[in-house]
Design a binder for this molecule. Sequence first.
Ligand code: IFM
Length: 448
Amino acid sequence: MKISLAESSPLSQPDFTYGVATAAFQIEGAADSRRPCIWDTFCAMPDKIKDSSDGLVACDHFNRWQQDLALIGSLEVDAYRFSISWPRVMTQSGELDPQGVAFYIQLLDALNQKNIKPYVTLYHWDLPQHLEDKGGWLNRETAYHFRDYVDLISQAFGDRVFSYSTLNEPFCSAYLGYELGIHAPGLKSKAYGKQAAHHLLLAHGLGMQVLAKNSPNTLNGIVLNVSPCYPKTDSEKDKDAAWAADQNLNHWYAMPVLEGRYPESINTLPNEELPPIKEGDMGIICQPLDYIGLNYYTREVYEGVGNNDRHKWVDESLPFTEMGWEVYPQGLTDILLQLNKQYTLPPVYITENGAAMADTYADGQVQDTDRIEYFQGHLQAVSDAAEQGVDIRGYFAWSLMDNFEWAEGYEKRFGIVYVDYETQQRTIKASGLAYRDFISSRHLAKSA
Ligand code: IFM
């Protein structure tokens, strides 16, 4: 099975960027050569991770990075999106750790040598534990520690980076980590969720200011996870439920960074849940963006159940991924069009899209036709939005390889490369080969 788009599609044009994405804690391992982060602590708590696993070894990418780089090269991608482990590159006293920095510099140099553009995420959820011990994202000071880290690391990297994103999915850090408690650090309070979100947004703004000064030639932005929120029926209560979810998930982050204000739903919060906004914060948060990264996996459908409460509804007739998420490519077109209508968007990159499927490894192969279909449908959905006027410049498959899927452990496989965790052997899945062929057909067209 192949992936293909019409030659006339904006996504078939030679300057459209295709990449693969990973994150430090999910692949690196080598935990003994860095300081602990909140996910090390969370994994050590009972019953937090489905398979009781952790990130101590993960895909051992720290030791196998050269082999992994060769793999990335063989996929013919234009770009590689990965994150920097903050606790690997910064000491507790706030200086750079030369060994940690050297690891990323060799990776960046090797990527540049291969002509693969490095898209660097500065924070993908692995907060140093020593900062969590002082309150983590509930503590305003953490935003300033982030600024100092961004300052030092961007100077150390010099001109090796193509693009920086400050944060990956602050919604997940704040909501899953501080409000629901199902991600690290595992705290559970609505007020904490909004407090952490505000300090993450502040960290983004402070980070952007530093990047504008230290790294004006890179594409600097932020990565948000988005899902369109639909009402189950046309009833007022379902529409209200979908509106509230949309405000909380999509606009709580998009509006501050793009317009310097929180969405209208802030007026519905009780006093104790209001974000701790200080004078000047919203101006700091709203910095000019060279791009916005959007991650999309599925849609959300809501029904109102009284008392201003809502339930998620799923359509059992749709296909589902192993995460239990509906496969709904139309949702990606819809959210891109919605955001483009509501905001003046900078150029958009789809910085993550992919699926955990029930892969089986047999005879040296993984025939993941379902994942190929997922990519085909979602690339077409991106193409449809681009045809309708959204300025989309790139697409990154999540993920380069199977890895530590946070609270789900290693059982959920998102990779286009299969990882045997016993031997650390990597095998490109059929979806990886299809993605490679799709990208290289574009390269052929480019040189013809
Ligand atoms: O694996 C995660 C990634 O770290 C952030 N975005 C969603 C992915 C799949 O759940």
